[in-house]
Design a protein around this ligand. Sequence first.
Ligand code: FEO
Length: 394
Amino acid sequence: MKLVEIAKGIYDVGVKDWNIRDFHGYSTYQGTTYNAFLIVDEKVVLIDTVKKEFTDQFIENISAIVDPRKIDFVISNHTEMDHSGGLQRVMHRIGEEKPVFCSKMGAKNLSLHYGTKMNYQVVDSGSEMKIGARTLQFLETRMLHWPDSMFTYLKEDKILFSSDAFGQHYAGHEKYDDEIGDAIMPHAGKYFANILLPYAPLILKLVDEVVRLGLEIKMICPDHGILWRKDPGKIINAYVAWSKQNPENKAVVVYDTMWQSTRKMAEAIVEGLISEGVPAQPLNLRNSHRSDVMTEVMDAKAVIVGSPTLNNGLYPTVSDFLTYMKGLKPQNKIGGAFGSFGWSGESVKLIHAELEAMRFRMMDADLKIQYVPDGAGMETCIEYGRKIAKAIKS
Ligand code: FEO
């Protein structure tokens, strides 16, 4: 693997995971990377490690630059195992007595994950550490997205090591934003929608804090995907926009179907929406991964959910999606529920209750059709779509 010196004396020693397709329930069609960084100054500093299975490659990468025993300490910006899985073996290699600098919650969470005693040294938010010609500054980013999360800022180089924030699950030949261009933004958006959306209010506060501290940022180095060197402001601005959750005039109609009736309803609702000039698409949960649907939900003003009734309940894929979406806490949505049923027809009521619990502004009426929608039934669905479109535009 070709190692990249991202700035003088600073190396990306991370690894590429070309093959991963499911990252704890998030579809990663283009793999991911576990970025980790080595700073060679008077002190030799390692920022983060990689997923456990990649530790051999990781240690090889480090060894191509320095003897790992020359590393003076490790900074753990985040406990999640895709960044700390290699820590125990790395410490064994570099010297178990050496410090692991982390946040207060990092020390607690690393202990809970790894049992063995490491030399955890807690750093306070805002504190600084000289490592030679350079100075590190730590910034606690609690709940972005774990309680232990923090950033490390390299003052003289103006580089922000941002842990998961500003990352993307993308493995490619490119290393930097200027090499891939706007093609990276859908990956960054999907990452935000599926990982960071619940913490949107904290992101807005964090950006304010960065401004207050006057941190000038020349490069952002997240722990996944490409590094932002040409235009770090672009991803910061995108995070601010996504965090504000001001949705666009568009709708997603999410559903599953047993004997195609709920599908017909979904497509007719979409027809009604489009006829009123509102972009909309039907997303069948059997063909669209929950994390892709969530990406579409993020900037949609209306989320309309449909399910047939199966054994007095929801279709399992629809339950799965509602649970997933609820945890991600999307805000400022119009909600609607629909579905075909045979005899009892509980699904629509159940969807309605779930969307209401997510504080969606519900359409006045939901839509149920027994068995198969006929011509009049299809017209009712189209009209329902038109009503949703009017609510979106009002
Ligand atoms: Fe990439 Fe929260 O771990």
